[in-house]
Design a protein around this ligand. Structure first.
Ligand SMILES: C[S@@+](CC[C@H](N)C(=O)[O-])C[C@H]1O[C@@H](n2cnc3c(N)ncnc32)[C@H](O)[C@@H]1O
Length: 254
């Protein structure tokens, strides 16, 4: 499954399980821009160099938090052929750089803000090994950020499970061309008190234009859900007893 080596060690930490250092800051040699000649031939798979990733993201600096606008963490990015996550990782790094204990304290606000950074980044790739790798790199980056900023303080178990849920809904395997009409995206709309309200929609490039979420599935949380509950409620949370849309299992908000 896993073809490209990630140089960091897999360790059990107080935070998430997985490699603890992101490739960008580990000092390791840069990853190759190709995995094999066959993949270049079959998938046009040539990864973007870090230098170009940085230059392209510099062009959309207003989409990312900055010293002047540190709370600008929720602008959405979609990479429909994300490869092993070169862009996803750097976008996340630029967002997380402004999530600090100093700004958000230690606890729910900090954890939710970190989740907001991840929840606003979407990646699709046709190869599952790329999806695993992109998720692993994002997980590793979060770990690195927590290690650097929270230091030895552990995050809550609900936060750890929420990261996994969000990575599994946002970084997915699909054919972004042939399956666009059936690819589901989840819009995680943040609310107060660590809550999110989720809205499901389909990726349909032609119909959507620049709006990722214009083709709505009639499917959303009727009541907000705390991030620590996301793993237990993969389906819409409804207010009253009844059948959930799309044949989803029923979940009450109580
Ligand atoms: C040129 S690479 C770019 C990867 C990444 N965006 C980057 O800049 O490093 C193209 C990627 O698109 C993926 N791909 C090819 N056809 C695809 C399709 N129909 N849907 C989704 N991904 C696809 C390949 O697996 C490959 O990883």
């Amino acid at each position: 499954m896993w073809e490209a080596p990630i140089s960091a060690t897999i360790l059990e930490r107080t935070h998430l399980k997985g490699p603890i250092e992101p490739s960008a800051s580990s000092g390791a040699p840069p990853q190759s821009q190709i995995k094999s000649r066959e993949r270049v031939r079959n998938l046009a798979e040539v990864y973007t160099h870090k230098r170009e990733v940085d230059a392209m993201l510099d062009l959309v600096a207003n989409m990312l938090p900055s010293a002047e606008d540190p709370q600008n963490t929720d602008r959405k990015f979609l990479e429909p052929a994300c490869g092993s996550g070169n862009f996803l990782e750097e976008i996340l790094r630029r967002k997380l750089a402004h999530v600090t204990v100093r700004r958000y304290g230690r606890g729910e606000r900090y954890e939710q803000r970190t989740l907001r950074c991840v929840a606003s980044i979407y990646g699709i790739d046709i190869k599952m090994d790329n999806v695993w790798e992109a998720r692993a790199r994002m997980r590793a980056l979060i770990n690195y950020h927590l290690d650097s900023d929270l230091n030895t303080q552990a995050v809550s178990p609900g936060f750890v499970s929420a990261v996994e849920v969000i990575l599994s809904t946002n970084v997915i395997r699909a054919d972004a061309l042939a399956e666009a009409a059936s690819i589901e995206l989840v819009d995680y709309r943040p609310g107060p008190g660590g809550e999110f309200r989720r809205q499901w929609s389909y990726l349909d490039a032609e119909a959507n234009g620049l709006d990722l979420f214009s083709v709505m599935v009639p499917c959303a949380d009727e009541v907000p859900i705390h991030y620590s509950q996301l793993a237990d409620h993969p389906d819409p949370v409804l207010q009253v007893n009844g059948l959930a849309p799309r044949g989803h299992a029923f979940v009450t908000g109580a």
